[in-house]
Write a protein that binds this ligand. Structure first.
Ligand SMILES: Nc1nc2c(ncn2[C@@H]2O[C@@H]3COP(=O)(O)O[C@H]4[C@@H](O)[C@H](n5cnc6c(=O)[nH]c(N)nc65)O[C@@H]4COP(=O)(O)O[C@H]3[C@H]2O)c(=O)[nH]1
Length: 857
């Protein structure tokens, strides 16, 4: 038989998401359990169905099912077989699926339960609707391309069972049962034209239904085998079966011999493998997806539970659905207290309504909002939090929930504030620091430029603040600075414009100045405020300040120059007697710049030791004898020329260079003495000037020892000239002790410029002094100025009373010399007797007759 390929039947394969209820043919074949087998078989034959359901006549319940396949398991040798009740052979219970299930779900259930048929029942009332078989499901799976690609030959799993038509019926059924075949090819050896027929389960049903006494297989078999060749495609085979309404198809080999017997079920079973595989994959994918999502869910739940951040879940309207434990921890509200309410319960009242409006708008449009927000705890505390809100949408993109996650950032805020304060404010006084001042000054400058306004910077420091620190300690010094800061703020009126640069330096920024008189008034106010007495640790202190003022645009155009010029002006104010103020002037600017040049040159000179010592003789004006020399430093700079020590010594003190400079003088003088000694000269002591800061240095005493040791000159050849300013009260004791020690070595000590300071006599009395030097300013007008005469006389008398030598400085005339001698002054020094001169001059002086110099006019 030649068979053409048929088009695919449209109803063979349908989509698998159609509910199974719509695919089955409604109507069920039922019979009571007592129905005999032959009756049941007859009913099935009539109805053209492959199974019958057994129904309890009383309860109407379906209690079992019997199918064609079950017929094969019957014992056809049993003579009573056909009259036995079907209830004895049925399978039960009847497994069912709801009509709403998809074919996929049905397929999975068939697979799980290991059955080929399921009863389809109505979802609502469980009413039985029909039967769905595995073949039905396979047909719907869109597997037609498998059928196209494969040939009939490939679906043959085993050679066909071939039974002789002459075989007794019972034996044939038994053979079918034995070989577990639902059909067999029947051989008709005598019929050369139609040598093949077929016997199927359905024939067995007929056998049961007819209740006739068939003898041999040929009596019940169908003597016609619908067959195809092995290379026919499976889809063609399926179509033939559908068209002919047959269930089996023989496969005949090239030599005409049967090589297979395929049923629709077999064909579908051959593609079932692919289907089952797909099903398995689907099942395992679903299982692992389920497992993964459960895992995710569990994890998410856990994360929410243990999260240190507070978490709120609301519905789409913002009603709180759940919160986590950290929420309670952070806000003080339990879950029960807030569920059903909106997050408004946390509202701090610090934000305007448009803040929340913007938040909601962002949430609705972008599904996301993040930012800082102030909220309120249950106990009323207001705290800052970092909040992230995310909208959760369903598959249709509708917002169904909001998840809000927040962290309390009070700590972070505090730290940020601290860092900001540290960066911009002075820790001690709370005033703006240099950085903030610079920022403010920049801003004020650009404003002033824009509005063509005048701006002022007041630079001030506390006069002699170091004394307070040194004598009362740093803690007291800090207290003074704090008080001063407050007084400045009070005097200025606005907190923002006062800054502390460090140490005792303060700056006041006046952003808009109309008249200079305003600045004068402000300066007076500040000076007066600072000068008010201060109680510090039980002591009453009087602090004063000096203020320097520079102006934009007159004095400077930028912040640096404004500050620098105000600083210079402040020094001018100090020079003018402290506790006052001074405006910057162009001349001061020039001075500042030449001062800078001088400073640099001094550092260079010190580095290169570009100094020289000159010596000025001290003469006994009664006996005409050389008594000693005063060493005076000289600096002849290659660019600046001769620079007076009166200019560079104070500068060296300010710059902290005086120790090294003083040390150089000390060593140079000692070395000089050593050379003179070595030269066999009859040397006299050399006095060196010691500045106040040098004397206060902790290394001073050691440096004296070192110089003596290095030069090996006897200590009595060294004299120290100190000024009254060396004896600051806070160091008085320590200095007195040190001087006693030095004196014990043999070193002489004199007070220079006596009469210009304010030393208390009782203190001077306690010092180990040898000599008082009358300051040149009292000598200059002698003997004509009455006051000076009186002072000179008094100092001489006092020195004598204290048992001290007295030396008059700056003697320029014979008259001055005579007056002083007549008043009892022992020694003199000055241009009249000898100008400060280099070391080589000393050799002449050592040999000179000073008597004539003193007496001969
Ligand atoms: N008009 C006038 N002046 C006279 C006369 N006789 C001496 N002089 C000057 O008067 C100053 C005396 O020194 P001083 O009072 O200790 O005053 C010194 C002293 O305080 C300081 N000085 C000088 N050399 C040193 C030094 O090596 N170390 C320290 N620390 N200070 C020094 O510099 C000051 C100025 O020193 P000089 O310029 O050398 O000025 C010297 C000296 O040259 C005179 O008859 N008429």
């Amino acid at each position: 038989m030649t068979i053409a390929k048929h088009a695919l039947l449209n109803d063979l394969f349908v989509s698998d998401d159609v509910p199974v209820g719509q695919l089955i043919h409604s109507g069920l074949l039922t019979c009571p359990p007592e129905t005999c087998l032959s009756e049941a078989a007859r009913l099935m034959q009539q109805a053209h169905v492959s199974c019958i359901l057994i129904q309890d006549p009383e309860t109407q319940a379906l209690v079992g099912i019997w199918s064609e396949g079950d017929a094969r398991r019957l014992d056809f040798t049993d003579r009573q077989l056909i009259s036995r009740p079907i209830g004895d052979f049925m399978s039960h219970p009847v497994r069912s699926v709801p009509a709403s299930w998809s074919l996929n779900q049905v397929g999975m259930k068939l697979k799980r339960e290991g059955v080929r048929r399921l009863l389809v029942i109505q979802d609502e009332d469980q009413r039985p609707l029909g039967i769905v078989t595995q073949t039905d499901v396979v047909r719907q799976q869109g597997l037609e391309h498998y059928l196209y690609m494969r040939e009939v030959g490939s679906a043959i799993r085993q050679p066909p069972l071939v039974l002789d038509a002459r075989m007794p019926v019972a034996e044939a059924v038994h053979t079918l049962q034995e070989s577990n075949s639902e059909a067999a090819i029947v051989a008709y050896p005598q019929d050369l034209h139609h040598p093949w027929g077929i016997i199927t389960e359905r024939d067995l049903i007929r056998l049961l239904a007819d209740a006739q006494n068939y003898v041999c297989l040929g009596d019940i078999a169908t003597h016609q085998l619908l067959s195809v060749e092995p290379d026919t495609s499976l889809i063609a085979a399926v179509n033939i079966l559908r068209e002919k309404k047959f269930r089996h198809l023989g496969v005949i080999g090239p030599q005409g011999q049967p090589i297979g017997l395929l049923s629709l079920g077999d064909i579908l079973a051959s593609v079932e493998y692919a289907y089952v595989n797909r099903l398995r994959e689907a099942l395992s994918a679903r299982d692992s997806a389920l497992k993964a999502s459960m895992e995710h869910l569990r994890l998410a739940q856990k994360v929410i539970e243990v999260s240190l951040d507070g978490i709120i879940i609301t519905d789409a309207r913002g009603i709180i659905e759940s919160v986590n434990p950290s929420f309670t921890e952070l806000t003080g509200y339990t879950a029960e207290e807030v569920i059903g309410k909106t997050p408004k319960v946390l509202s701090s009242g610090r934000h305007q309504s448009n803040f929340y409006q913007n938040m909601w708008q962002a949430l609705k449009q972008q599904g996301y909002w993040q930012g800082e927000i102030w909220n309120k705890r249950k106990n009323g505390d207001i705290f800052p939090e970092w909040l992230t809100i995310t909208a959760i949408r369903d598959e249709k993109e509708q917002i169904i929930q909001y998840a809000a996650i927040f962290a309390d950032i009070s700590d972070r805020k505090r730290k940020e504030e601290k860092i900001h304060n540290l960066a911009y404010f002075d820790e001690l006084t709370g005033l703006a620091n240099r950085r903030l001042l610079n920022d403010r000054l920049q801003q004020a400058l650009s404003q002033a430029r824009k509005h063509e306004a005048m701006l002022a910077v007041l630079f001030l420091d506390l006069d002699l603040f170091k004394r307070i620190n040194d004598s009362l300690g740093h803690a007291s010094g800090d207290q003074v600075l704090r008080r001063v800061a407050r007084r400045l703020q009070d005097a200025v009126g606005t907190e923002d414009s006062v800054a502390r640069l460090g140490g005792d330096e303060f700056v006041i920024l006046v952003p808009e100045v109309e008249h200079l008189t305003d600045l004068e008034r402000l300066s007076h106010r500040i000076i007066a405020a600072i000068h008010q007495p201060m109680q510090i640790e039980g002591q009453e202190l009087f602090v004063s300040t000096s203020i320097g003022i520079s102006l934009y645009p007159q004095d400077a155009q930028n912040t640096d120059d404004l500050l620098k010029n105000a600083d210079s002006a402040m020094y001018r104010a100090k020079e003018n007697g402290r506790n006052n103020f001074s405006f910057f002037t162009q001349q001061l600017g020039q001075e500042t710049s030449s001062r800078l040049t001088l400073e640099n040159a001094l550092r260079r000179a010190l580095h290169q030791q570009a100094f020289q010592l000159f010596y000025q003789p001290k003469i006994d004006i009664h006996q005409g004898k050389l008594k000693g020399f005063e060493a005076l430093i000289r600096w002849n700079d290659e660019h600046l020329g001769f620079v007076s020590p009166a200019d560079f010594i104070p500068m060296a003190e300010q710059l902290g260079l005086i120790d090294s400079l003083g040390n150089w003088v000390l060593h140079e003088a000692c070395q000089q003495l050593k050379w003179w000694q070595k030269a066999g000269l009859d040397v006299v002591p050399i006095a060196i000037n010691i500045s106040a800061r040098q004397l206060a240095s902790p290394h001073f005493e050691a440096s004296i020892h070192q110089a003596l040791q290095d030069s090996k000159i006897p200590a009595y050849l060294l004299e120290l000239e100190l000024t009254e300013s060396c004896f600051l009260p806070e160091h008085a004791e320590a200095i007195a002790c040190m001087l006693h020690r030095l004196r014990q070595l043999g070193i002489k000590i004199s007070i220079d410029d006596f009469g210009t300071g304010y030393s208390s006599l009782s203190y001077l009395k306690r010092l180990p002094l040898d000599t008082l030097k009358i300051d040149a300013s009292f000598v200059r007008e002698l003997p004509h100025a009455h006051d000076d005469c009186q002072i000179a006389i008094t100092i001489i008398a006092m020195a004598k009373a204290l048992g001290l030598n007295v030396v008059a400085e700056g003697i320029e005339t014979y008259e001055q010399l005579t007056f002083l001698r007549e008043q009892g002054c022992e020694q003199g020094q000055g241009y009249y007797l000898g100008r400060p001169s280099p070391a080589n001059q000393v050799v002449t002086w050592l040999a000179q007759d000073w008597h004539t110099q003193v007496y001969d006019h």
